[in-house]
Design a protein around this ligand. Structure first.
Ligand code: SAM
Length: 505
């Protein structure tokens, strides 16, 4: 019995929730499930037996599913989440679709399935806005869908707070948003009109009817959704999504999800630092846009990059088969290729070489491509590169320049704090890490770092307070989760570290 709900009832509820919504609640996630159930029951003024009765019905009342998903889904999202994807989307995927069309009509349909509060489809609209002259004459349709109707209401309103812009360059905020009286940001109507929103449960079978779109889709973006499903539901949803794609259309999943995709009609296609899937079989030679090389290798793994919020890249794991995509011919090396090379140099310790390539990207001179998407990434890597070379003044300068572009990004203040620490300027390090925490109160490593900094300044009470905050945030996480910005450290490892440190004091 947990919170007055017998275990067998919880088991059944978890199974039924999975059937109707796809959401997977294994035993370790029961506390979240119970919280949701209690809240739904309170709202309906009914008890758990009524909920069970409703969910046992193969078609439960919509109100019950709506209430459940309002409470059980995780709607974490922000503008330009994973810029690497948006760069590939802009430079490769859209270019391929328009230069080598597969449909008779000049119409492209993009569907963001599981778009939460809309930042993802609006980001796609903003990226498309940047290439409008190239795609003039094309009818573009962007659909955002989610199971959560409250999230969709917010998406339709198009008004966002600071937190949605944590990785958005300032110039883009200025160009596409107007500030509201209550200090939020409203998307300009021109971009809002490019996206339509509709409620779709990915566990239903007939997407065309739910989307009210009977044409096959060119690109389906379904990122950070399948990770909440169990394997059986993932397979079912992926097969269904694949059916909705046009031949040669793309299925884009999140960085840690591409390993889930294993459908015979989908071919993995490797990009620098990403693996996406394309409908159709691999071909030896294709149109010049994507000179696909079929590798015929069974186990290809994409180079793994330490997971950060920014690259979002976990090891995508072995894939069934994979093909490489070459960039379109005329413009030379795409920015993300260059960035990837610089990243590889950095990881191999060749900091000078890395800095050289990155300087090329940030100067924006190369290929006449100002790279509004990869510029901040490159500045961050430049800051790290100089820090590793012991050139702390330059490291600080690049980090501050990056902050100039993304003032709301907590990660940048955290990086600046580490640079100040290396320069032994503990007061400045404390100020910067406090700014990171101000922007993201749940930033565990920043609380931990603040605790360490206070300890170094012999401010024991403040140090203990920060460590306790880190500990209470860590308790909400899965012990085996790898922490962001922690060089691969797991939650349980950091808990042990903090405990042993505080025990010593
Ligand atoms: C973490 S958000 C991802 C948002 C966005 N795709 C991104 O990557 O930033 C996951 C979204 O999936 C939605 N979702 C979960 N189950 C779903 C289902 N069965 N059908 C449609 N959407 C679902 C949730 O409501 C939530 O908004």
């Amino acid at each position: 019995m947990i919170d007055d709900i017998p275990e067998n009832t919880l088991n059944e509820l978890s199974r039924l929730v999975s059937i109707h919504t796809g959401l997977h609640f294994p035993e370790k996630k029961w506390p979240a499930l119970i919280k949701g159930i209690i809240s739904v029951n309170r709202q309906l003024q009914k008890d758990v037996h009524h909920l069970l009765y409703c969910l046992r019905n193969p078609s439960p009342p919509k109100e019950v599913i709506d209430l459940l998903t309002d409470r059980l889904t995780v709607g974490e999202t922000y503008f330009l989440r994973d810029k690497n994807f948006f760069q590939i989307f802009k430079d490769q995927i859209i270019q391929g679709l328009i230069h080598y069309p597969r449909k008779k009509t000049k119409k492209l349909i993009f569907w963001c399935a599981g778009c939460a509060t809309g930042e993802e489809p609006y980001s796609a609209a903003i990226v498309i806005d940047h290439i409008l002259p190239e795609i003039s004459g094309w009818e573009i349709s962007i659909i955002g869908s989610d199971i959560n109707r409250m999230a969709l209401d917010k998406a339709r309103a198009g008004v966002y707070s600071n937190w949605s812009f944590r990785e958005t360059p300032e110039p883009l905020i200025r160009k596409y948003f107007t500030r509201t009286e209550d200090d939020r940001f409203e998307l300009i109507p021109r971009i809002r009109r490019m996206v339509s929103f509709v409620q779709v449960n990915l566990m239903t079978e007939n997407y065309a009817a739910s989307l009210n779109c009977h044409d096959p889709i060119d690109v389906i973006v379904c990122r950070n959704v399948l990770m909440y499903f169990n394997n059986q539901n993932r397979i079912r949803v992926i097969q269904n999504l694949a059916k909705s794609l046009v031949d040669n259309g793309w299925l884009i999943t999140g960085p840690s999800e591409s390993g889930f995709v294993d459908a015979p009609e989908l071919t993995p296609v490797r990009f620098p630092n990403a693996l996406y899937h394309r409908k159709g079989s691999p071909r030896k030679s294709d149109s010049p846009d994507f000179s696909i090389r079929a590798t015929h290798q069974k186990n290809i793994s994409v180079p793994s990059v330490p997971k950060t919020r920014r690259t979002g890249m976990k090891n995508t794991g072995p894939s069934r088969r994979s093909t490489d995509v070459k960039p379109p011919p005329p413009t030379g090396k795409p920015i993300y290729d260059l960035y990837q090379e610089a990243l590889t140099d950095y990881q191999q310790g060749d900091y000078r070489q890395s800095a050289q390539k990155l300087s090329g990207i940030v100067s924006g001179a190369r290929n006449g491509n100002p790279s509004f998407l990869m510029r901040t990434e490159s500045m961050i890597l430049l800051a790290k590169t100089h820090a590793n070379l012991g050139e702390l003044d330059q490291a600080r300068t690049w980090c501050e320049k990056a902050i100039g572009f993304e003032k709301l990004n907590p990660e940048l203040y955290y990086l600046l704090s580490t640079i100040h620490q290396s320069a032994n300027d503990l007061d400045a390090a404390i100020t910067s890490v406090k700014q990171a925490i101000y922007l993201d109160a749940g930033f565990i490593m920043a609380h931990f770092m603040l605790g360490m900094l206070f300890a170094r300044k012999n401010r024991g009470l403040e140090s203990a307070k920060s460590m306790n905050t880190a500990l209470s945030l860590l308790r909400l996480k899965d012990p085996e989760d790898v922490l962001e910005f922690a060089e691969g450290m797991t939650v349980s490892r950091l808990v042990e570290t903090i405990k042993s440190m505080t025990a010593r004091d």
